[in-house]
Design a protein around this ligand. Structure first.
Ligand code: NAP
Ligand code: HSE
Length: 428
């Protein structure tokens, strides 16, 4: 058996401890599968005294992850601290400069700095692997970079934030408001320290940007993504969607069109009977479409200690086996600069509006839609208080640009009591 693969692990929280546990509990299995022993040389976290439920005494301790990253007795720096900048980025850069491979679960860091870090690593003859950063335990990075390498990828879709899927499905199942379920998610420990990362679609957007880079051979472009969170989804939207045979999902879609790279992460309606429509609780699902393979659907836990550590181990074992796929599936310097394109594929839209309850209000809205070239498929007023009336409109297929013109036109009618909510009805 060859020399052991020596790890330095920075971050001993949910994921880091999961990785340490697997390496301690399954060392024989890992060695048999990798062809060499996988050992931990040193670890780092903020607090040395914290009881983490795992024996860390055999490993050297470093207070500073940058110092850990530079140690001579490590081959792979495993970054499990999180944060797009700060110590995670500094230590990753230090590890690359010191000639180490890097394994990370940090989607925020890679979505913002992935190109620069991959360029630096590959120039130095090293790799960065990030299976755990996207959809937790689902091996989607490996599927795209290896299993589907013989395909031109035509579309990538996914529900990749478990917290948002939990909130939306719990609202549906329990008939609770967004605010009530948000508090449940907080109590269950699902929310990121900054919950906007979850409910604002940012965390899922980071993940989609990483998959899009692999799928389309483009530099990671998180800034080019159309991003909208679930904060404005009401229990009425959930009920209305269900009445029409749909479910509300925070869905990411990336595809290359003649105009450039379309990337959007937003709440949409999907058919209730579709695999995405049936995805419950905190589960993730990624749908990949390739010209030869057709459609592949991957479903599993997108977070949690076991699933995420499982994905980290997959990268570590690949490195131990000598499998050296470039970070984004092809050398970083060959990734092209994509121009971000706004979604132009027409789709039906669901529109919810709160209108002043007065004669002619609905007629004015209908007139604006007609002037914008948007045809109404169904329309419903579903109960009202003394002064306002909630109105639901489902359009025939239209573009988001046309809809935005109409929404701007609604404002000028003076009959809106609140900003409208517009949700694309996605064919999946
Ligand atoms: P976590 O539980 O908050 O743990 C973070 C760890 O990093 C802690 O051990 C912390 O030390 C350590 N740390 C923070 N700043 C540090 C610093 N300056 N120097 C040294 N150590 C530092 O986070 P996590 O949930 O394990 O997530 C880790 C990474 O995995 C993140 O990038 C996250 O986005 C990603 N991820 C997580 C999941 C999941 O289910 N949790 C799923 C997919 C991806 P102390 O313990 O001493 O405070
Ligand atoms: N906050 C993320 C989620 C954690 O809810 O999916 C996993 O990346």
């Amino acid at each position: 058996m060859s020399n052991p693969l020596r790890l330095g692990i920075a971050g001993l929280g949910t994921v880091g401890v999961g990785v340490v546990k697997i390496i301690r509990q399954k060392s024989k299995l890992l060695a048999e599968r990798s062809g060499r022993k996988i050992e931990i040389s040193a670890v780092s976290a903020r607090s040395r005294d914290k009881d983490r439920g795992v024996n860390l005494k055999p490993y050297a301790w470093e207070d500073d992850p940058v110092v850990l990253a530079r140690r001579d007795d490590i081959d792979v720096f495993v970054e499990l601290m999180g944060g797009s900048d700060g110590p995670a980025k500094a230590a990753t850069e230090a590890a690359i400069a010191a000639g180490k491979d890097v394994v990370t679960a940090n989607k925020a860091m890679l979505a913002l700095h992935g190109q620069q870090l991959a360029d630096a690593a590959e120039k130095a003859g090293h790799i960065i692997r990030f299976e755990a950063a996207v959809a937790g335990g689902i091996p989607v990075v490996k599927t795209l970079t290896e299993g589907l390498a013989g395909n031109e990828i035509t579309r990538v879709m996914g529900v990749m934030n478990g917290t948002c899927n939990f909130i939306l499905t719990r609202m549906q199942d329990a008939g609770l408001s967004y605010a009530e379920v948000f508090e449940e998610a907080r109590a269950l420990g699902y929310l990121e320290a900054d919950p906007t990362l979850d409910v604002g679609g940012i965390d899922a957007g980071h993940k989609l940007a990483l998959l899009a880079a692999i799928a389309f051979g483009t530099r990671v472009d998180f800034a080019g993504m159309e991003l909208e969170g679930i904060e404005r989804i009401t229990i009425e939207d959930i009920h209305q969607a269900a009445d029409m045979g749909y479910r509300v999902k925070l869905l990411g879609v990336a595809q290359m069109s003649g105009r450039g790279l379309e990337q959007r992460m937003s709440p949409v309606l999907v058919p209730a009977s579709s695999p995405l429509g049936q995805l419950e609780n905190a589960m993730n699902m990624v749908v990949l479409e390739g010209d030869n393979v057709g459609q592949i659907v991957l479903r599993g836990a997108g977070a949690g200690q076991g699933p995420t550590a499982s994905a980290v181990l997959s990268d570590i074992i690949d490195i131990a086996r000598g499998i050296r796929v470039p970070t984004f599936g092809q050398p970083a310097h060959t990734l092209s600069r994509s121009s971000p394109a706004r979604t132009a594929t027409p789709a039906p839209y669901y529109l919810r509006m709160e209108l002043q309850d007065k004669p002619g209000a609905l007629a004015r809205i209908a007139a604006v839609l007609g002037e914008s070239g948007i045809s109404i498929n169904r329309m419903r007023q579903y109960g009202h208080d003394d002064t306002t009336a909630p109105v639901l409109i489902v359009t025939h297929k239209t573009t988001r640009d046309a809809l935005d013109v109409a929404i701007a036109g609604f404002a000028a009618t003076g009959v809106l009591a609140a900003d409208p909510v517009a949700l694309r009805i996605e064919s999946v």
